[in-house]
Design a protein around this ligand. Structure first.
Ligand code: SF4
Length: 368
């Protein structure tokens, strides 16, 4: 099948002819995160439908909600639904991230990285299984992964067959990554072509969209969250305290169950004695320099990166590239704002966010 798949950066007849037979017997399930790559993916799929390459009734869009995302992301997904007239189904587990942390009296981390699997992969897998049951067709999981995002993604193929069954290492079916050879410029170009702005989080300075924060958030990301969403930091602080109490209670019932009963930290730092969200935020708000840069361990190369459902902060770009990247995002916003404000205003009002859509898009409002 691999031979049929070619990078799609806008359609021509040759691409359409090659892809059509491969997809004709499959249900196409597109994973959506609210990030710029997944939005580009939605737009590519809609272009394919418009070009008659795939049938609209063979496509489903799905968002794995960890219930730990930024307000901007939920509003942005509502915006995409309205603006593009697409249904985006939502899957997840009851209570999301907080419930899973309470269940374990601990946060996910390097040793116990349960978040990706329990909150994203398994709910999405069940969604695929239900579609296969309902339609009698196999599914293909479509993901907006790009090779230039990381070393591990560089090795990924555009098309994989990870069947026949789901295991911890294998998805259990077909995987298609149509954007594998795309650059950021390609991604932003398709946003502009459809007059769709990127998620407002980018405008606030974030370089990733996903759990807010992710356990692998970088220093800049933590400082930005503390600045724009201080209530989120309060929430983590309260949860850390609650989990410590839970550990103490469970240790009382079963001595030794938790080796560090007094330490439940969202960010598991590399130095002992430096735990708790408040200390990490203070560290993140300091200037760059020396030993401080190594407080947090680097994000993993496998795990979430391998599954492609978690958006981990990329390594810093060189200064020139950073400026070019920011300029492209600005350009994408400016192109799209005029026609989207009305729809966004409604979304902002429905979500009870403070400010107008213009504030929201400009990153000046303070969503609650
Ligand atoms: S984005 Fe981060 S915190 Fe969220 S599920 Fe993925 S690895 Fe876990």
């Amino acid at each position: 099948m691999t031979d049929f798949f070619h990078t799609i950066k806008g359609f021509d007849l040759r691409t359409a002819i090659r892809i059509q037979p491969v997809l004709s017997d499959l249900m196409i399930v597109v994973s959506v995160s609210g990030g710029k790559d997944s939005t580009a993916l939605i737009l590519v799929i809609l272009e394919m439908i418009a070009a008659g390459v795939i049938r609209a009734d063979r496509v489903r869009f799905v968002f794995a909600d960890t219930q730990w995302e930024a307000d901007e992301t939920y509003a942005y997904l509502d915006f995409l639904r309205a603006r593009l007239n697409v249904e985006i189904d939502v899957v997840g587990v009851d209570g999301g991230m907080e419930a899973r942390c309470r269940h374990r009296a601990g946060f996910p981390g390097r040793q116990q990285r349960f978040c990706t699997r329990e909150l994203k992969i398994e709910p999405i897998r069940k969604y695929h299984d239900a579609i296969e049951e309902e339609t009698g067709l196999e599914t293909v999981s479509v993901m907006g992964i790009r090779a230039d995002e990381s070393e591990s993604r560089e090795k990924m193929l555009e098309w994989d067959d990870e069947g026949p069954r789901y295991t911890r290492e294998r998805w259990g079916g077909y995987v298609w990554r149509p954007l594998i050879a795309w650059t950021v410029t390609d991604v932003l170009a398709i946003h502009s072509r459809h007059a769709i702005p990127v998620n407002p989080l980018y405008r606030l300075g974030h370089n990733r969209v996903g759990c807010y924060p992710c356990i692998y958030e970088n220093k800049e990301g933590i400082a930005l969250i503390a600045e724009h969403a201080p209530k989120k930091i309060d929430k983590i602080d309260n949860l850390e305290r609650e989990l410590v109490q839970l550990r103490i209670a469970r240790n009382a019932e079963k001595p030794g169950r938790y080796a560090h009963e007094d330490d439940a930290s969202f960010f598991q730092t590399q130095r002992q004695g430096f735990s708790g969200i408040r200390k990490v935020v203070t560290w993140a708000q300091t200037a760059h320099g020396g030993h401080q840069l190594h407080l947090l361990p680097p994000p993993p190369k496998g795990g979430c990166m391998r599954w492609g459902v978690c958006d981990i902060a990329p390594p810093p770009l060189a200064d020139g590239l950073e400026i070019a990247h920011d300029a492209l995002i600005e350009e994408c916003f400016d192109d799209a704002m005029a026609i989207n404000l009305e729809v966004l205003d409604r979304m902002v009002a429905e979500r009870k966010l403070q400010g107008t859509a213009a504030d929201f898009l400009g990153g000046m409002g303070a969503p609650i």
